[in-house]
Design a protein around this ligand. Structure first.
Ligand code: ADP
Ligand code: MG
Length: 263
């Protein structure tokens, strides 16, 4: 039973080790349901580890009560059920989905958390109708029959976002979504994220590229050395002083039309 729908994620004292090195160091974090959040930090600061711990691909070092990891008020989740609450798009997943399956099959595969559709994967008319709807929503209908191996990076990313939305998740987690995209593909991806956020899907965006932070995101959590370094309203966090401290070099920050830029 879900005891509280208000808190989406509540973490207390979460530590994660990778190859015996600490990658998340006693992280305390809470994210409300419906909150749009950016997680920002330099390479190696623990952003992807944080996401993989949410999705239970990585495990916390200490069991309860020493640490607490609740999602929607529950400590223990069936991984499959959990993934239907959250859609996840990472670069690893885009690579994994780059197989000779059509875009339509790839979107449908989101219902089975599989890559491609196999004979033992039932596909109902409702699933097909949802997949068709998502092709229109992500504006990739023209790619319906194209193989994933024949797409540009931006097209593949939108197909994998559509796949992540198959279950109508409450939140979509995007890890470094603009990696290796050209400026036009970045713009298309930003438009897609804005549309999602405006439709009520919470967007949790992991990035070190400030222009990815869409205006719908109000809160920024900064990671440094596996710890939450700063956490607060976007306007307070995305300043030259704070970002300079975060990245360890002097930076210039500008803001235009609700988007931030840093160099
Ligand atoms: P970010 O996403 O912020 O760039 P990561 O979460 O990927 O950072 O990395 C956090 C730490 O975990 C880094 O010290 C990194 O070297 C280490 N790490 C990342 N991936 C692995 C892995 N597959 N095996 C071992 N250590 C890893
Ligand atoms: Mg990463």
């Amino acid at each position: 039973m879900i005891s509280s729908k208000k808190d989406f994620i509540v973490w207390k004292n979460v530590s994660v080790y990778r190859d015996e090195q600490i990658a998340l160091d006693n992280v305390n974090l809470s994210i409300s349901l419906g909150e749009n959040v950016a997680i920002v930090g330099p390479n190696g600061s623990g952003k992807s580890t944080l996401i993989k711990t949410i999705t239970r691909e990585l495990y916390t070092r200490w069991p309860p009560p020493r640490c607490e990891m609740q999602i929607l008020g529950q400590q223990i989740w069936n991984v499959w059920e959990l993934r239907s609450w959250m859609g996840i798009v990472t670069n690893d997943l885009v690579q994994l989905c780059t197989q000779p399956y059509s875009v339509f099959e790839t979107v449908l595969s989101g219902f089975h958390s599989s890559v491609g559709i196999w004979p033992y994967h039932p596909v109902t008319p409702e699933m097909e109708a949802r997949a068709e709807e998502l092709l229109d929503y992500l504006e990739i209908r023209h790619l319906r029959e194209r193989l994933m191996t024949e797409l540009s990076s931006g097209e593949a990313r939108r197909a994998v976002i559509a796949r992540a939305l198959a279950h109508s998740p409450k939140a979509l987690i995007l890890d470094e979504p603009s990696n290796s995209l050209d400026i036009r593909a970045m713009g298309e991806l930003r438009d897609a994220s804005r549309k999602l956020a405006q439709s009520g899907v919470a967007v949790i965006l992991v990035t070190h590229h400030l222009p990815d932070i869409i205006p719908e995101i109000d809160r920024v959590i900064c990671m440094k050395g596996g710890r939450v370094f700063q956490d607060g309203p976007k306007a307070e966090i995305l300043t030259e002083d704070r970002l300079g401290e975060l990245f360890g070099i002097p930076v210039t920050v500008t803001q235009r039309d609700g988007f931030y830029h840093m160099w």
